[in-house]
Ligand binder design. Structure first.
Ligand SMILES: [Fe+2]
Ligand SMILES: [Fe+2]
Length: 273
C-alpha cells in the first residue's frame, strides 16, 4: 500500500505548496482512494506535479464536514467522474469555528445534482471486506480541548459540535491494519480503541492529525497532557504517522517519548506500508 500526501500544513518540496488541510492519495492492491480533498484545489495541482491521475480514483472518503478536509470536493467531482464519495450524512450541516473576529463558516460545499455519486454513511459501514468506515467513537480520554470552539447549526441553534459527522477508515492489506483519520476530533486513542474493537485485533498503523494545534498559539493542549498521551500511545504498539492539526509543537513533545513509533508526514511524501 502506498500513501502519498497531496496536502498537509507543511511540505518537503518547494514546488509543492502546502495549506492548512489534509488530502491523502492511497493506492491499495484493488483501489485508488482519495482520503479528504484539502481546503482548496491544491490537491489537484500537487497531484499533477506528482504524476498522480485523479481520474482513476474509485473511492473518495471525506473524514468530516470541515472545509480544510472537504473544500476541494466540488473540483474533485468535476475532474473525476467515477468515484463513489463516502461521507457521513451530517457532514454537510453548517459548521462554524469560533474565532476572535467571530464565527467563521467552515462548512463543506454541498454538490448539487450529483447525489447518485454520494454514499451517505450512517455510523459504521464496510465498503468491502478490506475497507471499513466507522464513526461511533466514545470520547473517553484525551478529548481535544479546542473542540469547544467548534459548532454545528442544527437548524435552530448553534450548538457545540459532537462530531457525529466524523468518520475514520480502516484498511486491511497484507494482514496489516491501517487506520486513517482526518482530524481525530474525538481523540486518536479513542478512535484506535474503537478500530480495535471492530476488527478484534491490534492496529498496525494510524495516520492523521491529533487536533492539538491552535491557529492562535500553535498548541492547544498542555505539555503534561501531550506527554501522558504519548506514553499511552506506546502501549498500543501502533506506528503513528501524524500531520496537519497535530501541529509541530505537539509533535516535538511526542517525538522524544515515542521515538521511532511516530513520524511527521508532509506534503509530497510517499509512504509505503
Ligand atoms: Fe482539519
Ligand atoms: Fe476538523
Amino acid at each position: 500500500m502506498i500513501i502519498t500526501v497531496l496536502v498537509e500544513n507543511t511540505s518537503i518540496d518547494p514546488h509543492l505548496p502546502s495549506e492548512h488541510g489534509l488530502s491523502l492519495y492511497i493506492e491499495t492492491k484493488d483501489h485508488h482512494i482519495l482520503f479528504d480533498t484539502g481546503d482548496s484545489n491544491l490537491f489537484e495541482t500537487n497531484a499533477k506535479h506528482l504524476g498522480i491521475d485523479l481520474t482513476n480514483v474509485d473511492i473518495c472518503v471525506l473524514s468530516h464536514g470541515h472545509h480544510d478536509h472537504g473544500g476541494g470536493l466540488l473540483r474533485f467531482m468535476e475532474i473525476n467522474k467515477k468515484a463513489i464519495i463516502y461521507v457521513q450524512e451530517s457532514a454537510f450541516e453548517p459548521h462554524y469555528s469560533k474565532r476572535k473576529e467571530g464565527y467563521k463558516d467552515i462548512s463543506i460545499p454541498l454538490p448539487k445534482g450529483e447525489d447518485k455519486r454520494i454514499f451517505y454513511v450512517q455510523d459504521d459501514h464496510a465498503i468491502n471486506q478490506h475497507l471499513v468506515l466507522f464513526s461511533k467513537v466514545k470520547p473517553k480520554k484525551y478529548y481535544p480541548s479546542s473542540n469547544k470552539n467548534l459548532y454545528v447549526d442544527d437548524g435552530q441553534n448553534l450548538k457545540n459540535d459532537d462530531f457525529r459527522h466524523e468518520q475514520n477508515l480502516i484498511i486491511e492489506e497484507n494482514e496489516k491494519l491501517i487506520l486513517i483519520a482526518g482530524c481525530a476530533h474525538k481523540g486518536m486513542i479513542n478512535i484506535i480503541d474503537e478500530a480495535m474493537s471492530i476488527m478484534g485485533r491490534h492496529i498496525d498503523y494510524a495516520v492523521g492529525g491529533l487536533h492539538m494545534f491552535s491557529r492562535s498559539t500553535g498548541i492547544s493542549e498542555s505539555k503534561e497532557m501531550i506527554e501522558r498521551m504519548g506514553k499511552d500511545f506506546l502501549t498500543y504498539h501502533t506506528h503513528l504517522l501524524t500531520c496537519h492539526c497535530t501541529g509541530e509543537k505537539a509533535f516535538e513533545i511526542l517525538k522524544p517519548i515515542m521515538g521511532e513509533n511516530i513520524e511527521y508526514i508532509r506534503t509530497g511524501m510517499t509512504i509505503k506500508l
